[in-house]
Design a protein around this ligand. Structure first.
Ligand code: HEC
Length: 456
């Protein structure tokens, strides 16, 4: 009978000692002590009233309401915060992912029963990292408010006349969603004067503001119809939740001629909020000259986009197969690089400097990777998205620019899952697997890379 009493006393003493510390006796982090500061910066940016996170995570009560296993799973398997690029491949500016030590603290806190701790332990919030927003000189808006009609995902493009009457260079852009609860992402394209009539026709062909588009600035064509081919307009900006807009690298910018048109591709998602009228704001910074003109270099395979009709292999993704891979290589002297050099007024053998990368596939996409393969057989990984998610596509700026020089080859590979278990929902029903190839329709696929490049 004596042992239990001793043990009880030991526990009591330990508890009293433990009370004086911010963590509990076992060293478990607490909500106020450690977890809240991380959740505020890494989660609540989206998980707060009126934002895209489906529930708020701003107080202990709100976090507890979600339950430990659900939160733990989202952190442990890396789905939250949503950050696509693999750290094993390259490092990027503005990474919103949890740092390994932050992840460790949150998991230890959750595994310890997610104790609340003492509100007095909450560290002072620090806002020093935020830099002042960059100056813009054009403040534009979607011409008309649009209320999504296709549920849950409505991809809608609106044309915005380019206001400048002389050649300008875009040095950055910032999108401010009007209805953050439904705006999932935004991509801003610029259409040159020679293509404006075609885009105006897309707009005229459909009722209501703008037109339905998918996977790019062109209308969602039915399967098998050819899209606008490789002439994809330049992408001058995008907005993905959680990622702060930063201007293009200093001294660089993308040329826009008078008479051009902007296409704002809006992705609305109404799975956790009711459809409401949105008229998002697009602000653009421009200048009349830059040291280095930039362009978006597209990486793609001509066999794919022409479905093998003029040589090369079509990007066939057979029905029912769960692991289909296609890859392509762009040599230093290939046509797509030549086109970028031409757009930038560079010599035929001029190296290009790569600043950022974006990947693009549709809903069957599993993974995409782009890397530079050098003549000495070494490689520089540019961007790897091992777990592709159509809802979270972004453009990622490398910590340091990467030179694409003579002897280098850009390799790009994509994988798809076209099995029964990975089919999109069409008209409320899970689609039967069908053989898929390149196209701009929702039921087609793509494997496209985009890179912000300048000369050296
Ligand atoms: C960039 C915005 C954003 C950030 C940052 C973010 N979330 Fe989310 N979260 C969402 C959205 C949107 C959903 C709804 C699911 C979807 O659309 O993928 C979601 C869903 C969830 C879910 C539901 C289950 C799931 O995995 O989909 C949990 C749990 C969750 N988030 C927890 C967190 C936690 C914990 C953090 C911080 C470590 C976090 N989220 C950071 C936007 C975000």
């Amino acid at each position: 009978m004596r042992y239990p009493n001793l043990l009880l006393m030991f526990v009591l003493v330990a508890t009293v000692i433990g009370c004086g510390e911010s963590a509990d006796p076992a060293g478990t982090p607490t909500y106020y002590g450690e977890a809240k500061a991380i959740i505020d910066t890494r989660c609540a940016t989206c998980h707060q009233a009126g934002d895209i996170g489906p529930f708020p995570l701003t107080t202990y009560e709100e976090v507890s309401a979600v339950t430990v296993p659900v939160i733990r799973a989202s952190i442990a398997n890396g789905t939250m915060p949503p950050w696509q690029p693999s750290d094993d491949c390259n490092t990027f500016r503005g990474n919103i992912d949890l740092a390994p030590d932050e992840k460790g603290v949150l998991l230890a806190w959750l595994d310890g029963g997610a104790p609340e701790g003492d509100p007095a332990d909450e560290p002072e919030s620090s806002t020093s990292e935020e830099t002042a927003p960059f100056a813009v000189d054009m403040s534009l808006r979607l011409p008309e408010p649009y209320t999504p009609t296709i549920e849950p995902d409505d991809h809608r493009c609106q044309l915005i006349p380019w206001p400048a009457t002389e050649t300008r260079f875009v040095t950055g852009s910032r999108v401010t969603p009007d209805q953050r609860s439904i705006v999932h992402h935004v991509i801003i394209f610029v259409v040159g004067p020679e293509q404006v009539a075609q885009y105006q026709a897309y707009d005229d062909a459909e009722e209501g503001p703008g037109y339905t588009c998918y996977g790019g600035p062109t209308p969602a064509l039915s399967s098998g119809e050819m899209g606008s081919g490789p002439r994809v307009p330049e992408q001058i900006g995008s907005w993905v939740p959680g990622i702060r807009s930063t201007p293009f690298p200093a001294g660089t910018g993308i040329r826009v001629e008078p008479g051009s048109m902007l296409v704002a591709q809006m992705h609305y998602n109404t799975s956790s909020a009711d459809p409401v009228a949105d008229q998002s704001i697009i602000e653009i910074a421009t200048t009349d000259s830059v040291e280095k003109e930039a362009t978006i270099m597209q990486a793609v395979d001509f066999g794919w986009i022409t479905n093998g009709r003029f040589g090369g292999d079509a990007m066939t993704i057979p029905a029912g197969e769960s692991n289909v891979a296609h890859d392509t290589s762009l040599a230093f002297d290939s046509m797509l690089l030549a086109r970028s050099r031409q757009a930038l007024g560079l010599a035929e053998d001029a190296p290009l400097v790569l600043y950022s990368a974006g990947h693009h596939m549709h809903e069957l996409g599993k993974s995409q990777r782009t890397e530079l393969r050098h003549a000495d057989a070494s490689t520089t990984c540019l961007l790897d998205t091992p777990d592709w998610d159509f809802a979270w596509q972004g453009r990622y700026t490398f910590s340091d620019p990467i030179t694409f020089g003579p002897g280098d080859t850009l390799w790009m590979g994509c994988t798809w899952d076209n099995s029964e278990s990975n089919q999109p929902i069409v008209d409320g029903e899970v689609r039967e697997p069908v053989t898929v190839a390149w196209g701009s329709g929702t039921a087609d696929e793509m494997c496209l890379g985009g890179f912000y490049v300048t000369g050296q």
